[in-house]
Design a protein around this ligand. Structure first.
Ligand code: AMP
Length: 283
């Protein structure tokens, strides 16, 4: 595995690889877990050369969020990336992404308005800006993103379409703990008691999935199932429960096309998100 830090070094390595290989790209903030590694594995089945970036992006964190305490186990991450078969690991410097006096942002303004966008002002603007920068340097053929961050996936798909970037976005399924909790670098913040409660979000989503598979299509009914299930867990402070049409994140009363049921909740000081994709044709 080649490891580079500056954008110039990264570009040099990419120029070499590009002569021979299609390039798959997995952007991350590190503290790698099997969710991240599943994206690498998927990329390796579709591209002879896989690039991973690790960068804790300051502009996607709000002023009172966890930027400072976000875990940064770089040596461990490096070993995991290498074991999983990453070909090029890029750990950008702040200067490469945000040069002195930086004042130009990329902002998606439709999908990113509500849900996490509403509760984390500026978050998606930070995400689209950093991913655009990373894409400019890595110039991948395919970009691998997790469904776990469903709204982020759709925002980035939209950015790629709107800006006509010549790459394919590949959304990959959420990897979970055996008890259903979606893997997340932030799970490390949970206390032992909170960790026992956290899977109740997935269990509630499963209840909704069962109802959906039995033919329930009403937004109000599907949301009600999630609300009443999660309502039994007073430790979970729900930030939002939203059912939106996938393509534009508009509210719909009846699920007639691919949609997302997304939830965000605080458990103690940890913010957890999870979601369920509802696809009428597949049920
Ligand atoms: P992050 O390091 O949190 O910015 O995540 C980097 C990438 O990994 C994003 O595309 C995430 O959606 C994806 N990811 C994070 N957790 C999971 C998971 N449990 N399953 C699948 N992909 C994930």
């Amino acid at each position: 595995m080649i490891v580079v830090t500056t954008a110039d070094e990264c570009r040099t390595e990419i120029a070499q690889a590009r002569k021979r290989y299609a390039i798959g790209f997995v952007p991350t903030m590190g503290a790698l877990h099997d969710g991240h590694l599943s994206l690498v594995r998927r990329s390796k089945t579709e591209n002879p050369f896989t690039v991973m970036s690790i960068y804790v992006n300051p502009t996607q964190f709000g002023p009172n969020e966890d930027f400072d305490k976000y875990p940064r186990p770089l040596e461990r991450d490096r070993a995991l990336a290498e074991e999983t078969g990453v070909d090029l690991l890029w750990t950008p410097t702040n200067h490469d992404i945000y040069p002195e006096g930086f004042s130009t942002f990329i902002e998606e303004t439709l999908i990113s308005r509500d849900l996490c966008g509403k509760f984390r002002p500026g978050h998606f603007r930070g995400v689209t800006t950093v991913v655009y920068h990373l894409l400019r340097t890595v110039t991948p053929d395919r970009l691998y993103l997790g469904q776990k961050d469903g709204q982020q996936l759709r925002v980035l798909e939209k950015m790629v379409d709107d800006l006509g970037l010549a790459l394919k976005v590949v959304g990959c399924p959420t990897v979970r703990e055996p008890d259903g909790l979606a893997l997340s670098s932030r799970n490390a913040y949970l206390s032992a008691d909170e960790r026992k409660i956290a899977p109740s979000i997935y269990r509630a989503l499963q209840e909704v999935e069962t109802a959906f598979k039995s033919g329930e299509r009403s937004r109000l009914e599907l949301v009600k199932i999630l609300q009443s299930d999660l309502g039994r867990r007073p430790e979970l402070r729900i930030q939002y429960i939203e059912l939106r049409r996938w393509r534009d994140f508009e509210t719909i009363e009846t699920v007639t096309e691919k949609s997302i049921l997304a939830v965000a909740a605080y458990l103690g000081k940890t913010r957890l998100i999870d979601n369920l994709l509802l696809e009428p044709t597949k049920s």
